[in-house]
Design a protein around this ligand. Structure first.
Ligand SMILES: Cc1cc2nc3c(=O)[nH]c(=O)nc-3n(C[C@H](O)[C@H](O)[C@H](O)COP(=O)(O)OP(=O)(O)OC[C@H]3O[C@@H](n4cnc5c(N)ncnc54)[C@H](O)[C@@H]3O)c2cc1C
Length: 455
């Protein structure tokens, strides 16, 4: 049998095969980060697992680079390359089994798709804080979100996955089958294959009590020190993170304060609704709010509350670190750089990853920083490409100031393209095992358009 040609690929694929010259080519090659401008030879918009297998075969047989796209949110633009793109965005189905409290999500589903489907049954699992982010990339890197203190990371709630491996086979990975692959998928990112279907454990979460609170910047030190101490043993159904944030022009913020920087706390109490006000009470004792939008709301409403601040098409440059402790020195570095957040889209979040995330052993999944209590992201996002240098400099300067007070590694999903030399550090003691599993499932490193674990 000869090498698969583009004509044969078109015959094999149920979805669409898009090449330069097709009317929708520019749209098909576009990813979320507008800094990324790559020209794939072919984009396969996959309709099913068979299409994914065809795209993988085509890339391998023609020795072309292969990018895998789910929700397209990768900041380094791993969802596109100059070779073949397996675009799973048409595969967004989510099927809930309310009796067994599980859900299956296709490989291109977003958290918005997922939460809408599970909310109908009063169920949820840990997902990201923005609804347009892909279930695929987020879960494979670990998965940090409002519910992680109570439910663990997204990957901790993964029961099984269907995976197209580099040789074009579809494998089932779980604790019973292909256990090594299943271990690697839970944190190892897109290195091991294309997941066409994820099966998750769900937990009872329907309406939550929470939302954003904005405080004056001169209280930022009090807020950060309070947050550090409070979140260490706050009830685990509470998600809470601080953010340096310019006030967007929203009705709940006084108009004359729009465009000013603040320190915010964003909360999500997923326990009994009537307990929400008392759980958040200690926050109110720290400082008065300038503006807030806190109350009961559907979990998917909070999950999409900030989507408008981060539309597709912005320029992105991010840096990240884990913190086992948020020391006074780390807080001082935040106080120096956070208030200088340059635009309304940019932000710095210090997510808590204690509680249930800590109860998983360091070597139980590929995600290794089980002793870290915080995942910090300095997320530079801005609309105007002529401002790239100034915004990138803000992220770099902030990162350089906080890095000495942080762990060496950071969350793989918040890493920049220039962080490839930190990959082994991010996996610490799990790295060698990941390399062995990579050698077994992808010895030719077909899946290398990612934070790459080299075989
Ligand atoms: C606005 C924004 C908010 C975010 N918020 C959070 C958050 O709250 N919590 C958090 O943990 N992370 C968050 N992230 C980071 C996010 O987890 C990563 O950007 C992640 O890679 C996005 O996944 P995706 O499927 O959308 O991206 P894509 O660009 O489509 O894919 C990214 C990577 O994942 C791989 N991949 C995607 N789908 C599959 C699949 N089905 N099978 C195999 N490989 C796949 C790709 O190969 C690629 O390497 C956020 C990112 C952005 C831009």
């Amino acid at each position: 049998m000869g090498t698969l040609t583009i004509e044969q690929l078109r015959e094999r694929v149920r979805g669409s095969v898009i090449t330069a010259g097709d009317g929708d080519y520019d749209e098909a090659r576009r990813v979320y980060n507008a800094m990324i401008d790559r020209r794939p030879q072919v984009v396969v918009r996959c309709a099913n697992a068979g299409d994914v297998m065809a795209a993988v075969d085509f890339a391998r047989e023609n020795s072309l680079d292969l990018a895998v796209r789910g929700g397209s949110h990768s900041v380094p633009g791993f969802g596109v390359c100059d070779g073949v793109v397996a675009d799973l965005s048409p595969m967004r189905g989510v099927r809930v089994d309310p009796t067994n409290r599980t859900a299956r999500a296709e490989g291109g589903a977003t958290w918005g798709d997922f939460n809408a489907a599970t909310y109908a049954f009063g169920l949820a699992t840990t997902g990201g804080i923005i609804s347009t982010t892909g279930v695929g990339g987020l879960t494979l890197g670990g998965g940090i979100g409002y519910l992680d203190r109570g439910l663990g990371l997204s990957c901790d709630n993964l029961i099984s996955a269907d995976v197209v491996t580099a040789d074009g086979r579809l494998l089932h990975a779980s604790d019973q089958e292909n256990q090594d692959l299943f271990w690697a998928l839970r944190g190892g990112s897109g290195n091991f294959g294309v997941v066409t279907s994820f099966k998750f454990r769900l937990s009872p979460v329907k309406d939550i009590f929470g939302g954003p609170m904005f405080f004056e910047l001169d209280r930022a030190g009090d807020i950060l020190r309070f947050y550090r101490d409070f979140i260490a043993d706050a009830p685990e159904q509470l998600g809470l993170f601080p953010a340096f944030q310019i006030a967007p022009p929203l009705p709940f913020i006084p108009e004359d304060r729009h465009g000013e920087p603040f320190i915010a706390l964003v909360s999500c109490w997923a326990g009994p609704l009537d307990e929400g006000p008392s759980v958040l009470r200690p926050i109110r004792d720290v400082a008065p709010t300038v503006a807030e939008m806190v109350g009961p709301m559907p979990y998917p409403a909070l999950n999409s509350a900030f989507d408008g601040l981060v539309p597709p098409g912005l320029q992105h440059y991010w840096k990240a670190n884990f913190n086992t402790e948020l020391t006074d020195a780390a807080i001082e570095a935040h106080l120096e750089h956070g208030p200088r957040v340059p635009v309304v889209n940019s932000t710095v979040h210090i997510y808590p990853i204690n509680g249930a995330c800590h109860r998983v052993a360091q070597d139980a999944t590929a995600f290794s920083y089980r002793d870290a209590s915080f995942a910090t992201v300095i997320a530079g996002m801005w609309p105007d490409p002529s401002q790239n240098e100034a915004n990138t400099e803000w992220v770099r300067g902030y990162y350089q100031a906080t890095a000495p007070h942080s762990e060496e590694g950071g969350y793989i999903n918040f890493m920049a393209a220039d962080d490839q030399d930190r990959i082994a550090t991010n996996y610490r003691g799990n790295y060698e095992r990941l390399v062995d599993i990579k050698r077994k499932y992808d010895p030719g490193n077909l899946f290398h358009v990612n934070q790459n674990i080299k075989p």
